[in-house]
Design a protein around this ligand. Structure first.
Ligand SMILES: [Zn+2]
Length: 194
């Protein structure tokens, strides 16, 4: 059904597509502006999420800087003043006592995250969500099964696909965050307490 038609929509066609009374072109404009508004709201949420993530990352970086010291990889010595005392290079890595060393801070950030927070158990989070949506038990013939166990055992691929989609959705809604491209997730409300 084309909404661009200049002929007024009949009551029946309005009912079918769920439109209120009014000028079709105005209604169309309203629909367009509503979807545009929804897009803008979504963009705003994503933008706010990106800002939140970069702020959390900044905090993590400053914590990692506090906990590490500059290190000359060539001479294999600490260079706390930011210049190697031996070769005078300022091209330095970072050393973290008892943890390790690298050119960038990622290893220290990962260590701090593991030390402070419990990673999201994605399988458990998904199963909990499914259990809240469906009845605990499913009857097949005269047999009673645990619904989740039945689903997992009968179609593990579908279960895995749905779980991955759920985790993607949690991430896009900024409920969880990852700093290693999705290998480990943390709850955003935990990270906000950094
Ligand atoms: Zn050096």
């Amino acid at each position: 059904m084309s909404l661009s038609s200049s002929a007024p929509l009949t009551c029946i066609s309005r009912t079918i597509i769920g439109l209120p009374e009014g000028n079709p072109s105005e209604i169309l404009l309203e629909i367009r502006s509503t979807s545009l508004l929804q897009k803008l709201i979504k963009m705003r949420i994503n933008f706010k999420g990106a800002i939140m993530k970069s702020e959390i990352l900044k905090k993590l970086e400053s914590l990692a800087l506090e906990r590490t010291i500059p290190f000359c990889m060539s001479c294999y010595i600490k260079a706390p003043k930011g210049v190697c005392p031996c070769c005078h290079s300022d091209d330095l890595g970072r050393w973290m006592d008892g943890v390790g060393l690298d050119w960038c801070l990622n290893f220290a950030i990962e260590y701090i995250l593991h030390e402070k927070f419990t990673p999201v158990d994605t399988e458990e989070a998904f199963e909990e969500m499914i259990r809240s949506c469906y009845s605990e038990e499913t009857v097949v013939g005269w047999m009673i099964f645990d619904t989740c166990d039945l689903m997992k055992s009968q179609d593990p691929i579908s279960w895995r696909v749905a779980q991955d989609e759920y985790i993607d959705e949690l991430e896009s809604e900024e409920e969880i965050m990852s700093f290693d491209n999705g290998s480990t997730y943390y709850w955003t409300y935990d990270l906000e307490g950094l």
